[in-house]
Design a protein around this ligand. Structure first.
Ligand code: HEC
Ligand code: HEC
Ligand code: HEC
Ligand code: HEC
Length: 312
């Protein structure tokens, strides 16, 4: 009886809300938008304004291929309101999932995690304590607390690389994979050759400490980033490839996976790399990411690193 009442209530709700509304507005919560970071992160905001992530906001809704891509997915016909598009293209600020609006394109929180639960604490050693007086253990705990509340720190390279792959691999868990495959068929772009160094060390780079002009990463740091990026790509592509039989999409995901395997193959002397190749999971990828942070992988991957001319 209770179950039937519940079913009736759900039906009534669907009827009142109209078809599609329940499934069409699952906007994520907890985003505050880039304006909230600006007062303290002027340099990073400045760098970001020079990226396609920032520019896409003013441009996407006017794109020539927009309509053919939009008609493949259900829902609202403005990309700023259709949650399939907003999930990758915009920063949505809402009040507990309601009244969501696109405040910018891909921005700080798209990579560093929704900020509501850590913005006030990630930077503050606490009352009566300045940054230079803060004991290392206190700082470690402060950053760990922020991570607990969803912050993806600049040192969490695997998690950052994973964020890129979710969008750039057309491989979101929270969008039905059939939709992604249909969009891809309709001409939605996707570069199976996405490689983390080439994509992150050009316009996107904002390794700014406020005193020196944007120091470049060392060759060894780049080599590590290369392997970590490939690990994230392999896990993402393997998950996506297994989910749908759509030929064009499945072939592109296979290309991503093969590409990543070739890169990881270069460090196959590491047991963690072998384990990841045999079983591409987040857990195994994290182990490889931790291992390369300790290992000298420069020799092994040097020949595969992109040249600066290819940085985007
Ligand atoms: C929330 C989704 C999302 C995330 C996360 C994301 N991107 Fe993007 N990225 C996009 C979209 C969408 C565009 C295209 C913007 C446009 O043209 O409208 C783009 C464009 C780019 C471009 C310019 C494209 C080109 O062909 O030159 C680069 C470079 C790039 N992203 C790098 C990265 C890197 C590196 C990461 C991870 C550190 C990352 N992105 C994370 C969605 C994302
Ligand atoms: C899984 C993430 C994802 C989803 C979902 C998504 N996009 Fe994209 N979109 C991207 C990325 C990443 C790029 C940039 C690709 C590149 O340049 O390599 C992009 C690029 C585009 C471009 C080309 C932009 C340019 O400047 O050339 C159009 C148009 C586009 N998307 C439309 C849409 C529409 C419409 C939707 C909703 C139906 C949508 N996208 C949903 C990730 C996504
Ligand atoms: C496309 C993904 C992406 C976006 C968007 C993004 N970041 Fe980052 N951020 C990263 C990555 C990756 C690193 C690590 C970069 C490195 O060390 O080379 C990083 C590093 C940082 C750092 C540490 C810098 C340092 O000197 O080590 C800060 C602070 C930061 N980001 C703040 C921001 C702010 C504020 C915004 C918005 C204006 C933003 N980020 C937008 C991916 C992103
Ligand atoms: C009130 C000032 C303030 C605001 C607002 C602020 N930050 Fe920060 N942020 C800081 C300071 C100060 C640091 C350096 C903290 C330290 O030394 O540990 C920092 C550090 C960071 C770092 C690097 C720390 C790490 O280990 O990766 C990132 C990333 C970051 N902030 C992102 C953001 C983003 C994204 C926003 C907006 C959602 C934001 N911050 C808003 C002051 C602020």
């Amino acid at each position: 009886m209770i179950r039937r009442l519940l079913a009736a209530a759900v039906t009534l709700h669907l009827w009142i809300a109209g078809p599609g509304v329940v499934a069409d507005d699952p906007y994520p919560e907890g985003y505050v938008g880039p304006d909230a970071c600006e007062a303290c992160h002027r340099a990073e905001i400045g760098a970001w304004k020079n990226t396609e992530h920032f520019r896409g906001y003013a441009r996407l809704h006017k794109h020539a291929r927009l309509d053919s891509i939009l008609t493949t997915v259900a829902g609202k016909s403005s990309p700023r309101k259709n949650w399939t598009c907003t999930s990758c293209h915009y920063t949505m600020v809402s009040t507990r999932g309601r009244n969501a609006r696109a405040v910018s394109g891909v921005s700080c929180e798209s990579c560093h995690g929704p900020g509501e639960r850590w913005i006030d604490t990630h930077w503050r050693p606490g009352p009566y304590m300045t940054h230079d007086r803060e004991p290392p253990e206190h700082k470690r705990q402060r950053l760990a607390d922020a991570a607990q509340h969803g912050m993806i720190h600049s040192t969490m390279l695997y998690d950052l690389a994973r964020q890129c792959q979710v969008c750039h691999g057309l491989a979101r868990d929270d969008v039905p994979v059939d939709k992604l495959a249909l969009m891809f068929d309709a001409g939605h772009p996707m570069d199976p050759g996405f490689e983390l160094i080439a994509y992150s060390q050009g316009t996107i780079r904002h390794h700014l400490d406020g005193t020196t002009p944007d120091p470049e990463r060392t060759p060894l740091e780049l080599a590590r980033l290369f392997v970590i990026g490939a690990a994230a790509k392999l896990v993402s592509a393997s998950n996506a490839a297994g989910k749908v039989e759509h030929p064009k999409y499945a072939a592109a995901q296979k290309r991503r996976a093969d590409d990543a395997r070739a890169a990881i193959g270069a460090v196959a002397h590491l047991p963690e790399a072998k384990a990841l190749l045999a079983d591409p999971s987040d857990a195994n990828a994290r182990k490889l990411a931790a291992a390369v942070q300790e290992a000298d992988v420069l020799q092994a991957v040097q020949a595969l690193l992109p040249s600066k001319a290819d940085y985007r």
